[in-house]
Design a protein around this ligand. Sequence first.
Ligand code: PXP
Length: 254
Amino acid sequence: MSETSRIRLGVNVDHVATVRNARGGRHPDPVRAALAAIEAGADGITAHLREDRRHIVDDDIARLKAEISRPLNFEMAATPEMLAIALATRPHAVCLVPEKRTERTTEGGLDVLAQGAVLGRAIEALRKASIRVSLFIAADPPQIEMAARLGAPVIEIHTGAWCEAITQGNRAEAESEWRRIDDGVRLATSLALEVHAGHGLDHATAERVSTLPEIVELNIGHFIIGEAIFDGLGETIRRMRAAMDRGRARVLAR
Ligand code: PXP
């Protein structure tokens, strides 16, 4: 498969830090996981520094930046504190996400319509520092159009509702969420946005989403780290890579 058609895999190591923090101390180390993920074929590493530091902590971000050989995608809320950390760290990319203290994970996409001013300022500051910015949003046309107007070069489509509908066995809901993603991806591409996707993906859903040719990157965390308990991190990533390549090969065969 040529490099242009190959879909990139970003591995999110947040939940290695979740396990570490359950006991305190240094084990298991998310930076070691990142190095192993790269060794197994990850194209980049994603880490989310939350305001409450519930998993990744500041030192993890600094060590990831210093020690990994592939691009670091720093997920953060568009707050002054996080912006200062991003500008000091200078990761390859920043993915701006919404953040509520009470949520267990990033439950929905950003509301770029409501937060246009704050996001616009953050995008400008990050772009000036040559950091690639993406906005994590649902595949809703008004949100996608606003993301393009704000000057974000990349969006990451939230696949959580689609994956959840599949898990619940709700076929009608899954089909409607899939159509929303498919339409949204094409709209975004027509607006010259680079499109990524993530949240809740497993081997099967990653394979299916890879059949959308416009998507160039997937960011996957919880499933990979959970599955690594059974199959090992390297094997889980190699299987994920193979699933994504199978999905993309179906596009090329059309
Ligand atoms: N992309 C973004 C923007 C996220 O916030 C998350 C969750 O941290 C992911 C991808 C990965 O989601 P999951 O852990 O469900 O694979």
